[in-house]
Design a protein around this ligand. Structure first.
Ligand SMILES: [Zn+2]
Length: 365
C-alpha cells in the first residue's frame, strides 16, 4: 500500500488496511515502480527524420508547443523526470513545473563554439576563458539548473566531428569553475578521447556519451576509464532505441556500436555510474519515452535487471540532483509512480505494459 497525499508519498506499508476515508486505487497484480528518469533528453527535438529542419521552421511559439507535446509523451510513457540537456534559447525553462508534464531539469541552450555542435540552438559563445565564463554567467542568470557544454563535435551537426575537441582545456576549466562558483553542476557532451580527458581535468560532474570515438573506430584507453571509475563519475550512456525500421542508424555509427557498448560495461566495472541518458528526441528511434527501451536493451546486453532499473530511477534522480525526492517509492518522496503488468526484474519488456502512471500524485493514465 502506497499512501499519497497531494504530490507526496506519505506512507508505504505491506499487509495493513488503508486508513478510513481515503480513496482506494486497486492496481491488482501490477508491479509498482518509481516513475522513470531520463537524464539526457531534448524536448525541443521531435524525433522526426528531419528534426533540425523541422525545428528551424518553427517560431518560438511552435517550438514551445513541441516541447510541451514531447514532455507529455514522456509522462504518458512512464517518464516522470527528465533532464533537458539542450533546448533552443531557453524555451524549456518556463515549462518547468507545468501540471501534467514530467519534472524537468533544464540546461538551456548547450554552450558551444561558434559554428560548433548544435550551434543552431543559440548557445554559441565567443572563444577564450573570459568569454566562456560570461556564457556560463548568462545561463545562470536565466535560471538554468545545470550547465551543458559541447566538449566535442557531434552527429547532428555537419562540419563538426565527434573525434575532435571544440574547447581548449583552459576554456573547459573556466566553464566548470564559473559554474561551480554559481552553484551549478556541469555535464559535458564528449565523444573523442581528448575531449573526455580535458573534461575530466576540468572537473566536470558528468559526461554524456563518452564513446571514445576516433576517426577510425572506437578507442578504449585503460587509464582514462580507470580515472572515470575512480571518481564514480556519472556517464549518460546513449542507450535505448525504439523500433524505427524506416530510419536505420548511419553506417559509421552502427559499425561502432559494439565497441561503444563494450566501453559502457568497462566504465561500469571500473566504478562509473551508468545512467540511461537516452538523447530522446534526436532520432526517430529516440521518442520521448524511449528510456523503457534503454532498460530492456541494457539487460539484454548483460546488465542485471535491478542495476538497469536503478539506473533509470534512483540513480538517474541522483544525477539530476533530485535524489532526495525522486526515483524511490518511499515516505516523503514525490508521488511519481509507474505501474506495469508483469515483473520487470524477471522480464524488463514488462515496462511497456503500462497500467498506470502517476505524476506528482495525478493519475495520467
Ligand atoms: Zn544530446
Amino acid at each position: 500500500m502506497v499512501l499519497l497525499d497531494g504530490e507526496r508519498i506519505v506512507a508505504v506499508a505491506e499487509g495493513v488496511d488503508p486508513p478510513e476515508g481515503v480513496e482506494i486505487i486497486d492496481l491488482e497484480e501490477a508491479t509498482l515502480l518509481p516513475g522513470l528518469v531520463d537524464t539526457h533528453v531534448h524536448l525541443v527535438f521531435d524525433a522526426s527524420a528531419d528534426l533540425v529542419e523541422t525545428l528551424d521552421a518553427r517560431d518560438d511559439e511552435g517550438a514551445r508547443d513541441a516541447i510541451v507535446s514531447a514532455a507529455r509523451t514522456a509522462a504518458l510513457g512512464g517518464v516522470t523526470t527528465v533532464r533537458d540537456l539542450g533546448d533552443r534559447r531557453y524555451l524549456t525553462l518556463p515549462v518547468r513545473g507545468a501540471p501534467g508534464l514530467p519534472t524537468i531539469v533544464c540546461a538551456g541552450p548547450p554552450i558551444t563554439t561558434p559554428g560548433g555542435h548544435c550551434h543552431f540552438l543559440g548557445g554559441e559563445t565567443e572563444r577564450g576563458t573570459d568569454a566562456v565564463r560570461r556564457a556560463v554567467h548568462t545561463h545562470a542568470s536565466r535560471g538554468v539548473d545545470v550547465i551543458k557544454v559541447m566538449a566535442s563535435g557531434g552527429l547532428l551537426t555537419p562540419g563538426t566531428r565527434e573525434s575532435e575537441s571544440q574547447f581548449s582545456a583552459d576554456e573547459l576549466r573556466a566553464i566548470v569553475d564559473e559554474a561551480h562558483d554559481l552553484g551549478l553542476p556541469v555535464t559535458a557532451h564528449a565523444h573523442g578521447t581528448p575531449a573526455i580527458v580535458d573534461a575530466l581535468a576540468a572537473g566536470v560532474d558528468g559526461l554524456e556519451h563518452a564513446t571514445f570515438w576516433a576517426d577510425e573506430g572506437i578507442e578504449s584507453p585503460d587509464d582514462v576509464i580507470a580515472e572515470i571509475g575512480a571518481r564514480r563519475l556519472p556517464i549518460g550512456a546513449t542507450a535505448g532505441f525504439a523500433p524505427a525500421p524506416d530510419a536505420p542508424l548511419d553506417e559509421e555509427t552502427s559499425a561502432r556500436v559494439p565497441a561503444i557498448v563494450a566501453n559502457v560495461f568497462r566504465l561500469q566495472d571500473a566504478g562509473a555510474t551508468i545512467v540511461p541518458g537516452t538523447d530522446a528526441g534526436v532520432h526517430p528511434s529516440k521518442p520521448h519515452d524511449v528510456v523503457r527501451y534503454a532498460v530492456e536493451q541494457l539487460v539484454l546486453l548483460g546488465m542485471p535487471a535491478e542495476v538497469a532499473l536503478r539506473a533509470a530511477t534512483s540513480e538517474g534522480a541522483e544525477v539530476c540532483g533530485l535524489g532526495d525526492r525522486k526515483g524511490r517509492i518511499a515516505e516523503g518522496y514525490d508521488a511519481d509512480l509507474l505501474a506495469v503488468d508483469g515483473d520487470p526484474l524477471a522480464d524488463p519488456s514488462a515496462l511497456h505494459a503500462i497500467r498506470a502512471v502517476f505524476l506528482r500524485g495525478d493519475r495520467m493514465r
